[in-house]
Ligand binder design. Structure first.
Ligand code: ADP
Ligand code: MG
Ligand code: MG
Length: 876
C-alpha cells in the first residue's frame, strides 16, 4: 500500500494543518481563493515522521513523490530545475502545525550553481541580482544543511562592505558580490574539505532533510517546551517557486498585519524594503519603510495588497500576519497566518470583529487566550523607561506584573520601612515561609533565590497579586549580611533600588517607572459575554477583606477558600497563638483562644461584609503548629522571655513539635481532634461574625470546611464540635442563619470513601495541591529539584502542580464526584487548589461537573473566560 506524502497547493486540503503544517495549509487556501502565490507543493508531516522512523533517511517512495511533483512544477512554471537557460529556483520552507516563528529553517534560491548562475545572468540581464541570490543561497545552505556557522559568512560580507566602502548591502556591485561568492566557496571548502554541491537535486533532498532536522534544533525544542507543543508533531516542508524581491528598485519584500498587533487598531500595519529578499526586513539590515509608503512608491501594488489583506481577513475571520514579495512590480503572497498580538489588541480585535459582523460572541470568546488577560490586570513597566534598563538576572516568572522599589532582606523590616514612609519595598529572600506573610503583603514585589513556580513565595504572591520572581539562582543572597551579588559580583545592599518583571522573570538594576493596569471597556464586554456562556461558578481564594474586595471586583461569586490561619501571622496575634500552642493546660489554652476569638471574629465580619450575599467557605486551622514557632536561636530566647517559660523548656516543646514529614504530620482535622477547643473557637468566630453582620443587614452564607479528612469518623467528630457550637449560639440568636459543613477532598482515602463522607459533608472542595502530592507521592517543595530532569528526558512535559494531572488525580476527582452525588445528589462540589486558576484544568473541572472553581483573585477573570471556553469546546 502506498501513501501520499506530497501535496501540490492546488490539491491540498487547506484545513489540514496537522498534515501540511500551518504554512503549507494556508498556502493551499490562498491558492484556492485565487491569490497570486508562487506555485509549489508541500511534503507532509507524515513524511517527517517517516524520516525519523527510518533513522533520518527519506524513503525511496517519498523521494519519488517529491521528484514527480517537481516535474509537475516544472511543467506549470515552464522552467527547468538545473537548466542554465531557463532555470527553476525554489525555496525549501519549514512549517509546523502551530506557528513557531523563526524557530526552524528555510533555504532560498535553491537550484543555483555556477552554470545556472551564468545562464540566468544572460536571460535576466541582471548580473547583480543573480550574484546576490547566489551568495544568499551559499550562505543559507552552508548554515542550515552543512552546519557551518552563519557568523563566518557574515564576517566575510562585512569585510567586503568595509573594503569597498559600502554602507548598505545594496551598494555592493555585481563584481563585489562575485568576490563574496568566491570567499564563501573558499570558506566552505576550508570547513568541509569538499566543493560546494552543484547538483540541484542533491541540494534539494539535503535541504528537505535539514528542514526535517530543524524540528529538533535547540531553539525549536525549547520553544516547544515553553508553549507546550508536543515533540512528535514534526514539521512539513514546502517547496515553492522563487519570486525575487532583489531584482532592483521595482522589487521588494515585506511583512504586514491586517490590524495593529499591539493596539488592535483596524489599520494595516507593516514594513517593507525595496530591492531585498527573505528575512531582510526582520533582520534589520536596512531600516524598512512603513507599509503606507508603498502607496506612494507603487500605488497599484498597494491597492492590490490592501484588497488581498481584506480578503484574507474575511476568509480566516481573524487578524492576519502576512509575508509578501514584489518582483518587478508584481505582487506575490508568500505566507499568511493568524497574527500574534498583545492582550489589549486581542480584546479589541475580538470585539471589533463581532461588531463588524465577521464573527459572533462565542467566536470572540474562543479567540482570546485566558492566560493573556494576566497582562491587563497587573502593573507594567513604562515602555520607554524599560528601554534603558539593565537586566541583572533572570528567574522564574512566578507572579505577573512589574515592581520597582528598595531592597529589604527581612519580612519584618519591610513593615518597618513601610511604616517609616517607604512606599515601595522589594522583599528579597532565599525562600519565604508562612512567617513572612505580612512582609510579603506590605512589599511591592518579592524576589527569591530558591524555589519553583509553586513554591510558597510563588503561591502566596499570586494570591495577593504581588509581583514575584522565584528561584532566581543567578544571584547570591546573603540574608543576614543584607546584600546580594549578581553573577558579575556587583553588590546590591538594603536600600538599593531594583525592579522586577514577574511576567518574564527579568530582574533589573535601579528604579523603572511603572504604569497602572487599566480595566477597559473591551475587557468588561468580553467578560460579560463569557459570563453569559459559562455554567461553572467562579470563586476566589481570599483570606482578608482586602483580597475579598478585589476578588469581587474581578467578578468572583464567592470565596472558595479562606485559610483561617493566615490571619494568625499578624504581629499582634502571633503571640496569642504561640501562647495557645505553649499552653500546658486546657485552661491556659482556652485563655489564649479567648484572646484570638475577637480577632478572628473581626476577620470574618470583614469577609462577610465584602461578600454580602455570596458564600464564604472558611477552612479550619490546617498547618502544623510548629509553623507558628520561631526557628532562630535569638527569636526563641526572646519568646521564652515573653512567655515567661524557661528557655530549655521552650526548646523541648519546639523539639517535640518537630516532625519528620510535616506534610503528613499533625495538621488539618488532626489538630481539631487533639485540640477541639481550637475548632470550637473558630466556629464561634464564624457564627458570631455571621450573627453580627446579619444584624447590619448583610446576607451571610457561611460554610465551614474541615481539612485533611481521610475517615468518616474524623469528620463526624469534628463536625459535632462545629454543629454543637453553632447550635448553641444560634439558639439564643434572633437570626436563623443557615450554614453548611463540608470537607476538603485531598487525601486519596477521602476520594475512595467519598460516598460515606457525603453522609456528613454538605460540600466537597478538592484540595488538589495536597492531593497531587499524595497521589504522586512527592512533595511540591522538592519536586522542582527532579522534575527538570523529567522534562529533559521526556518523561513529563508539564508540572502536575500547575496543570492538573487529569489521568491520575483527575480520576480520583471523578470518582469522588460520582460517589458523593450518589449519597447526596445536591452536594456542592468545587476545587480550591491552585489548579482552579489554570485554563486547561478548569476545562477538566467543567467536564466532570463541578459547581465552581476557586482561584486567586487576580485569576478570576482568566477563570471566567476559561470556563466559557470550556462550554464552547464541549459542544464541538
Ligand atoms: P519563516 O517560517 O522563518 O518565516 P519562511 O519559510 O516564511 O520562514 O521564509 C522566510 C522568508 O523567505 C519569507 O518571509 C519570504 O520573504 C522568503 N521566501 C520564502 N519562500 C520564498 C519564495 N518562494 N520566493 C520568495 N521569497 C520566499
Ligand atoms: Mg515566514
Ligand atoms: Mg491542604
Amino acid at each position: 500500500m502506498s501513501n501520499r506524502y506530497v501535496w501540490p497547493f492546488s490539491e491540498a486540503d487547506g484545513k489540514n494543518k496537522e498534515l501540511l503544517g500551518g504554512k503549507g495549509a494556508n498556502l493551499a487556501v490562498m491558492t484556492g481563493i485565487g491569490l497570486p502565490i508562487p506555485w509549489g507543493f508541500t511534503v507532509s508531516t507524515e513524511a517527517c515522521a517517516d524520516y525519523y522512523e527510518k533513522n533520518e533517511v527519506i524513503s525511496a517512495e517519498i523521494e519519488a513523490q517529491i521528484y514527480a511533483n517537481l516535474l509537475e512544477l516544472e511543467k506549470i512554471t515552464g522552467k527547468t530545475f538545473g537548466d542554465p537557460i531557463n532555470p527553476l529556483l525554489v525555496s525549501v520552507r519549514s512549517g509546523a502545525r502551530a506557528s513557531m516563528p523563526g524557530m526552524m529553517d528555510t533555504i532560498l534560491n535553491l537550484g543555483l550553481n555556477d552554470e545556472v548562475a551564468a545562464g540566468l545572468t544572460i536571460s535576466t540581464d541582471n548580473e547583480r541580482f543573480v550574484c546576490d541570490s547566489y551568495r544568499r543561497f551559499i550562505q543559507m545552505f552552508s548554515d542550515v544543511v552543512m552546519g557551518i556557522d552563519k557568523s563566518k559568512f557574515d564576517a566575510i560580507f562585512e569585510f567586503e562592505k568595509k573594503s569597498t566602502g559600502a554602507e548598505l548591502d545594496t551598494e555592493l556591485t555585481a563584481d563585489n558580490l562575485k568576490d563574496v561568492i568566491k570567499m564563501y566557496k573558499a570558506l566552505y571548502y576550508g570547513e568541509k574539505k569538499s566543493s560546494f554541491p552543484t547538483d540541484p537535486k542533491l541540494q534539494l533532498i539535503e535541504s528537505i532533510k535539514a528542514v526535517f532536522r530543524s524540528w529538533n534544533n535547540e531553539r525549536a525544542v525549547s520553544y516547544r517546551r515553553i508553549y507546550q507543543i508536543p515533540d512528535d508533531w514534526g514539521t512539513a516542508v514546502t517547496i515553492q517557486e522563487m519570486v525575487f524581491g532583489n531584482m532592483g528598485d521595482d522589487s521588494g519584500t515585506g511583512v504586514a498585519f491586517t490590524r495593529n498587533p499591539s493596539t488592535g487598531e483596524n489599520k494595516l500595519f507593516g514594513e517593507f524594503l525595496i530591492n531585498a529578499q527573505g528575512e531582510d526586513v526582520v533582520a534589520g539590515i536596512r531600516t524598512p519603510l512603513a507599509i503606507v509608503e508603498l502607496k506612494v512608491i507603487m500605488p497599484e501594488v498597494y491597492e492590490e495588497f490592501v484588497s488581498i489583506a481584506n480578503k484574507l481577513e474575511d476568509h480566516f475571520r481573524d487578524m492576519q500576519d502576512m509575508e509578501f514579495t514584489i518582483e518587478k512590480g508584481k505582487l506575490f503572497m508568500l505566507q499568511t497566518r493568524n497574527g500574534k498580538r498583545t492582550a489589549a489588541a486581542a480584546l479589541k480585535i475580538a470585539i471589533d470583529l463581532v461588531s463588524e459582523g465577521m464573527i459572533n460572541e462565542e467566536d470572540a470568546i474562543a479567540m482570546v487566550q485566558p492566560e493573556q488577560l494576566d497582562q491587563l490586570l497587573h502593573q507594567g513597566f513604562d515602555k520607554i523607561a524599560l528601554k534603558n534598563a539593565n537586566v541583572i538576572a533572570k528567574g522564574l516568572p512566578a507572579s505577573p506584573g512589574a515592581a520597582t522599589g528598595i531592597i529589604c532582606f527581612n519580612a519584618q523590616d519591610v513593615d518597618k520601612l513601610v511604616k517609616a514612609g517607604a512606599s515601595k519595598v522589594i522583599l528579597v529572600r532565599s525562600e519565604t515561609s508562612p512567617e513572612d506573610i505580612e512582609g510579603m503583603h506590605s512589599a511591592t514585589g518579592i524576589l527569591t533565590g530558591r524555589g519553583g513556580m509553586t513554591s510558597h513565595a510563588a503561591v502566596v504572591a499570586r494570591q495577593m497579586g504581588r509581583c514575584c520572581i522565584a528561584g532566581c539562582s543567578e544571584i547570591n543572597i546573603f540574608e543576614k549580611e543584607k546584600y546580594f551579588l549578581d553573577s558579575k559580583n556587583n553588590k546590591y545592599s538594603e536600600g538599593d533600588y531594583i525592579s522586577l518583571n514577574g511576567s518574564t522573570g527579568y530582574l533589573y538594576d535601579g528604579e523603572i517607572a511603572t504604569v497602572d493596569a487599566t480595566v477597559t471597556e473591551d475587557f468588561l464586554t468580553l467578560m460579560k459575554w463569557a459570563d453569559e456562556v459559562r455554567t461553572l461558578g467562579i470563586y476566589a481564594n481570599a483570606d482578608t477583606p482586602e483580597d475579598a474586595r478585589r476578588a469581587r471586583e474581578f467578578g468572583a461569586e464567592g470565596i472558595g477558600l479562606c485559610r483561617s490561619e493566615h490571619m494568625f501571622f499578624d504581629k499582634k496575634r502571633i503571640s496569642a497563638i504561640r501562647e495557645m500552642i505553649l499552653a500546658r493546660t486546657e485552661m491556659q489554652r482556652k485563655r489564649a483562644l479567648d484572646k484570638l476569638l475577637p480577632m478572628q471574629r473581626g476577620d470574618f465580619e470583614g469577609l462577610f461584609k465584602e461578600m454580602d450575599g455570596l458564600p464564604v467557605i472558611i477552612r479550619l486551622l490546617d498547618p502544623p503548629l510548629h509553623e507558628f514557632l520561631p526557628t532562630e536561636q535569638v527569636d526563641i530566647e526572646e519568646l521564652a522571655v515573653e512567655m515567661e517559660i524557661p528557655l530549655f523548656e521552650l526548646k523541648q516543646i519546639i523539639t517535640k513539635l518537630k516532625e519528620f514529614n510535616p506534610l503528613m504530620g499533625h495538621r488539618g482535622c488532626r489538630l481539631a481532634v487533639t485540640y477541639p477547643e481550637i475548632a470550637e473557637m473558630q466556629t464561634r468566630a464564624v457564627i458570631e461574625a455571621a450573627i453580627n453582620m446579619s444584624r447590619e443587614g448583610i446576607k451571610v452564607i457561611p460554610e465551614i470546611m474541615i481539612p485533611l479528612i481521610g475517615d468518616e469518623k474524623e469528620l463526624k467528630y469534628v463536625k459535632s464540635i462545629v454543629v454543637n457550637t453553632a447550635t448553641n449560639l444560634l439558639l439564643t440568636s434572633e437570626f436563623d442563619i443557615h450554614y453548611k459543613v463540608g470537607t476538603m477532598i485531598e487525601i486519596p482515602r477521602a476520594a475512595i470513601i467519598a460516598d460515606i463522607l457525603a453522609e456528613y459533608a454538605e460540600f466537597f472542595s478538592f484540595g488538589t495541591n495536597d492531593m497531587t502530592q499524595f497521589v504522586f507521592g512527592y512533595s511540591r517543595d522538592d519536586a522542582d529539584k527532579f522534575l527538570f530532569d523529567y522534562y529533559k528526558k521526556g518523561i513529563f512535559d508539564k508540572n502536575p502542580f500547575e496543570k492538573l494531572d487529569q489521568i491520575g488525580v483527575g480520576s480520583m476527582m471523578k470518582m469522588a464526584v460520582a460517589l458523593g452525588r450518589r449519597t447526596r445528589p445536591d452536594i456542592e462540589l468545587g476545587i480550591c487548589g491552585e489548579h482552579g486558576g489554570d485554563p486547561s484544568s478548569i476545562e477538566f473541572c467543567n467536564s466532570i461537573g463541578l459547581d465552581y472553581v476557586s482561584c486567586s483573585p487576580f485569576r478570576v477573570p482568566i477563570a471566567r473566560l476559561a470556563a466559557a471556553q470550556a462550554v464552547i469546546n464541549s459542544r464541538k
